[in-house]
Design a protein around this ligand. Sequence first.
Ligand code: NAD
Length: 371
Amino acid sequence: MNEDVFRFSDNLGPTRIIHVYEPVLDLKGILVVDNVAAGPSIGGLRMAPDVSLEECVRLARAMTLKNAAAELPHGGGKSILFGDPAMDSSRKEQLIRGFCAALGNEEDYIFGPDMGTNEQCMAWVKDEIGRSVGLPREIGGIPLDEIGATGWGVAHAAEVAAGYCDLELDNARVVIQGFGAVGSHAARFLADKGTQLVGASDSRGSVYDADGLDVEELAELKREGASILDYPGGQKSVPEAVIGMECDIWVPAARPDILNRNNIADLKTRVVVQGANIPATIAAEKYMKEHGIVSVPDFIANAGGVICAAMEYQGSTESAVFSNIENKVRRNTQLVLDAAFSRNMVPRQAAVELAEERVIRAMSYRRWNVF
Ligand code: NAD
């Protein structure tokens, strides 16, 4: 046996790795089903020219932990399709239909949207094999980005975290790195709790105003396809300037590893709520703990999207989604921060322990245990 084939295996998974290659369509893709102890896996289909098997394995594990932490009846998985997501729509449809049809029998995986795919793509998957979430409203979907499912959870995580450093939300200053779907809704829901947005950024630049920015005006600009830099007023700068903006709550909501050993000392905040996936390196997480910055890890704070997707799959309603996200995210934020403070750990470590424990408990109920 070539041991190298199992180089990604550990005590949780992955249970299956499937390569899909269809020479006639020039279709190349990979499915990683990480762990299905809690139920069929849910995870996004990522389309990009430069994705890799390793990335897919890491993302599938992240979904196992996120779904377990949220106590969803789902394991974690992820799929990738090689190609430029901006390709001609009919070619994209052909690839996505071909890919999911090839995986039609893999009932342990439910497709969701991710980078390079959207609700229209999920409608094609639903039509082809009947197994996807993140669907358009017309066919029973709950549009999670439109309603701000993830931002809603982020705002609640921030409120709970504030209690761990005696921070009042009333007039607390907020900075959002990446004013997209997650970032803009988080800013909106936090503003409803009395906070003031003082800084924001997108891929083109950043804006700061100590007297406050207009959340709705910024969101409208972004919806129209304009940039943060088109906001009338405020101090404009490069995107990276957002890291040094003085505030009380700092929300990363864009790319991975944005906080790292080279810039973490520039951060001037009391709370970080990780809206983006893996926005902080291990060194940055350690620095935050050592310097008293309360940080809520990504898969605890940003679980709103997948909670919404899982509820859509079960035929739930939009109004039920909000209260469920609120309850689960608040409870988990508290559990993780309590454990981190009482055991003097980095919150991410506490979150991983909490989620892994739930996965292992779910695994103990499966039939493999009786052999
Ligand atoms: P989005 O594309 O709607 O928004 C991303 C924003 O980040 C855009 O405004 C973009 O201009 C900006 N951006 C990109 N590079 C930047 C940079 N270097 N500096 C500053 N801003 C930059 O994406 P989204 O759906 O809001 O997702 C944001 C992050 O949250 C991603 O990491 C995603 O994986 C994660 N996430 C999203 C959801 C969800 O429900 N959408 C759920 C969980 C996690």
